[in-house]
Design a protein around this ligand. Structure first.
Ligand code: DQA
Length: 148
């Protein structure tokens, strides 16, 4: 399988950005763990981060014919972006929504996700492990679907 891990706005600042909430790992370190997990799971993992909503929409479009699934931390766009939700609905690829923090435990504006209705599931609150569990869940889902 080929999986795209997509990171939304401000995640390029991980490591220095509100470490009490988001931890001390950099985005590069998170991507490194996911690449390693990809090898262990026997899947190809590509990663992409953008601060721009349109660029993320285009990245989702670019999965068509090239990827089998998406692990997506849409960051703040989770709570605002109908365009990203529509892009996911358009490409019809299985997507696991992930967040480092537990969005349901935080400010009420973070409780709403426009991604959740078009995702196969959501994992939040486990820091790096949200991504790692999300990748594993997506690969299990793809394997199960292929087994029929
Ligand atoms: C986040 C949670 C969002 O509410 C926030 O805007 C982010 C990161 C997380 O990974 O915990 O930027 O998606």
């Amino acid at each position: 399988w080929k999986v795209l891990v997509l990171h939304g706005p401000n995640l390029n600042l991980l490591g220095q950005r509100e470490p009490g909430i988001y931890g001390s790992l950099t985005l590069g370190e998170i991507n490194h763990y996911l690449q390693k997990d990809g090898v262990d799971l026997g899947v190809e993992v590509a990663t992409f981060q953008s601060n721009g909503e349109g660029e993320l929409v285009s990245a989702i479009h670019s999965t068509l014919g090239n990827y089998h699934g998406i692990v997506f931390n849409a960051a703040a766009y989770t709570h605002t972006s109908i365009a990203l939700r529509d892009a996911l609905a358009a490409v019809q690829l299985p997507c696991v929504e992930v967040h480092l923090s537990n969005i349901h435990q935080r400010e009420s504006f973070r409780h709403i996700s426009h991604i959740a209705p078009v995702a196969i599931g959501q994992i939040c609150g486990f820091g790096l492990n949200s991504y790692r569990l999300g990748l594993r869940a997506l690969v299990d889902y793809l394997n199960e679907k292929a087994d029929g």
